[in-house]
Design a protein around this ligand. Structure first.
Ligand SMILES: Nc1ncnc2c1ncn2[C@@H]1O[C@H](COP(=O)(O)OP(=O)(O)OP(=O)(O)O)[C@@H](O)[C@H]1O
Ligand SMILES: [Mg+2]
Length: 345
């Protein structure tokens, strides 16, 4: 069903994305694939659909929600959880690895001490299975263990001939920061990777998506409402799906959906900014209120903070907000985040 709000698993539930799915499938066997795009654009769906269409063992490690200063225990819990959800082949391959115990269908990883499992030894043990290992929202792996993670990825890149890693990221600049492919001091320096960038639907595609979804569900919705929804929600598949699903429940007012979506996005923004100085919020509000240049943002900040603002600090904040894929060139990448920013308190 096109309007199912969970990440899609099957191609018939996914609108378009043919080229992206084929590119992922064609790239299986290469060491490293990046799938990038803003929140709700369909990264997880595209990866899952592609992997469900080929005969590979997949290990999907969802690293959303890793705390900023995550420990090895945090990381290994995510890995153990992912390994426990995979096939017998994986479990068989892991049985002989020191520091790994198999309890029924659950995999346990020793995370410190003499028997600690190291990531390179884990990847070596998995190599014969030819698994595809996905780290979903991989930018969250930045932090104290990022070097260890990168070194193990570089090890797998060079020595595990059968493994493919897929890293997805909705904070695209932060994902690049993690990998540091262009930095000679990074373990992954100069390594080639395939990148699949997911873009929003065009206006025409967005309308077609909504029409197809309603027709699939046998519901008649006036074109004017569909067009209004697309105008407000832009071509972001996740918001369009949200609208479609609500409308199937009889709540077809696009403005009502916009306000629900804004509330959701506001909570997400608050989360993203939780450990950042309050000035980040001011910069977002400035851009949301229409500041279109560096000096306009600066003027806005100086007004609300009653302070002069240092050049380097402001540039740094703008750069970080771009890396988080929230804004680019003084525009929000997602109009709902613009509305949400206006409402930040
Ligand atoms: N091409 C598509 N056709 C139909 N539904 C889609 C499509 N792309 C995304 N969706 C829907 O949009 C929502 C977001 O999709 P998904 O979770 O795959 O995106 P994501 O980029 O991984 O998002 P996040 O950054 O929040 O993890 C889900 O409800 C999903 O079902
Ligand atoms: Mg996702």
């Amino acid at each position: 069903m096109l309007f199912d709000e969970r990440p899609k698993e099957r191609r018939e539930d996914l609108y378009d994305r043919e080229a992206e799915i084929e590119k992922i499938k064609d790239s299986i066997g290469r060491p490293l694939i990046l799938v990038t795009g803003i929140r709700r654009i369909g990264k997880t769906s595209v990866i899952r659909v592609a992997l469900n269409e080929i005969d590979v063992t997949k290990i999907i490690v969802d690293v959303r929600g890793l705390p900023e200063n995550y420990s090895r225990l945090h990381l290994y819990s995510k890995l153990a959880e992912a390994l426990s959800k995979t096939s017998n082949r994986i479990v068989e391959a892991l049985k002989r690895v020191r520091g790994i115990s198999i309890m029924g269908f659950e995999v346990e990883l020793t995370w410190r001490g003499r028997d600690m499992v190291t990531l390179p030894s884990l990847f070596d043990a998995l190599d014969d299975t030819g698994a595809v290992i996905v780290f979903d929202e991989a930018q969250n792996l930045r932090g104290p263990l990022s070097r260890e993670f990168l070194e193990s990825l570089a090890h797998a890149y060079d020595y595990c001939r059968n493994l493919t890693f897929i890293l997805s990221g909705s904070e695209v600049g932060l994902l690049y920061d993690l990998l540091k492919i262009d930095d000679p001091s990074s373990p992954l320096y100069g390594r080639y990777f395939v990148e699949i960038k997911l873009e929003r639907f065009s206006r025409k595609e967005s309308i077609d998506f909504l029409e197809k979804g309603f027709s699939e569900a046998g519901k008649n919705v006036p074109v004017s409402l569909i067009e209004e929804a697309v105008d407000l929600l832009d071509g972001i598949p996740g918001w369009l799906t949200f609208y479609g699903a609500r409308c199937l429940e009889g709540r077809c007012d696009p403005r009502e959906v916009l306000s629900l979506a804004t509330r959701l996005a506001r909570r997400e923004l608050e989360n993203l900014l939780r450990n950042r100085p309050v000035r980040y919020k001011h910069v977002l509000k400035a851009v949301a209120e229409g500041a279109r240049s560096w000096s306009e943002v600066k003027r806005y900040l100086e007004r609300v903070e009653n302070k002069t603002i240092s050049k380097s600090i402001l540039s740094n904040i703008l750069r970080n907000l771009e890396k988080m894929s929230i804004i680019k060139d003084y525009e929000f990448l997602d109009p709902i985040y613009r509305e949400a920013s206006k409402k930040l308190v």
